[in-house]
Design a protein around this ligand. Sequence first.
Ligand code: GLN
Length: 312
Amino acid sequence: MADLATLVTDIADRLMTRAERGRVADYIPELAKVSPGHFGMAVVTADGREFAAGDADTGFSIQSISKVFALVEASCRHGDAVWSMVGREPSGSAFNSIIQLELEAGRPRNPFINAGAIAVCDLIAQGQDSADAIAAILARVRALADDDSIDIDTSVAWSEAVTGFRNAALANYMRSFGVIAGPVDATLSVYFQQCAIAMSCRQLARAGRFLSLGGVDPGTGLPIISAERTRRINALMLTCGHYDASGDFAFRVGLPAKSGVGGGILAIAPGRASIAVWSPGLSAQGNSLLGTLALEELSQGMGWSVFNPDVD
Ligand code: GLN
């Protein structure tokens, strides 16, 4: 097995200068301004050691990675009621696809496609206004990362709100089936703002560490969510975290992980580490091209795929 510190540095050194980097998302105008030249990586081991390289301390838009934190928030508030609104099957469709919703009575396939995440936001907003709902999601992220400096990039949130016609279509369509209950505009405002949370790889890897520890807060030793719910979130990240490229990601990397169109990926090696990578250039399915490659190399080098027999 490779030495973790050396491997992280080696991967970053090679990928920082690689020519083929994918395409930066431009359907959210503010994201199109980010240079494709970035590459960052941070690994926080289950026992708290940190390894970082490249642009590991530069903030970026976490976009759909926020869907993991929103699911944690919704699970803490509503428990298994989440699963009466949202399914748990891979969609096999693009993250913002609308076609399945009509075929399946407005019920999103899973909480990590846009429709599912919008339904989760609606659930969090039940019984409170949208400002309190987004405040709760942000507070959750800050607590998980143990970092109150984490914030929403308001220009990204605004940019997405004024161009988010497809997300508005998804939300309205679900509202027509009663899958979401609250005012559509308020629900979308929570969704756009959670996607616009900005974090660095280091902050993100710290925030994900509890998922490598069976749901236990490494600071207090107390559960944030139960071990069973943690297993389920990891299972969903593995099967649904990369949209219509989830199978390919499991094949290549073999770790629960969630990507975002900002170019970040949060990956969990249960019992071993929480890993965050960032490179803004995307594959055709909207997942970080170099981020995926970095995780593939890291997982292979460390023997961390969840499908490996335990070698310790
Ligand atoms: N905010 C983005 C959207 O709704 C999130 C998509 C993503 O990261 N895949 O389109």
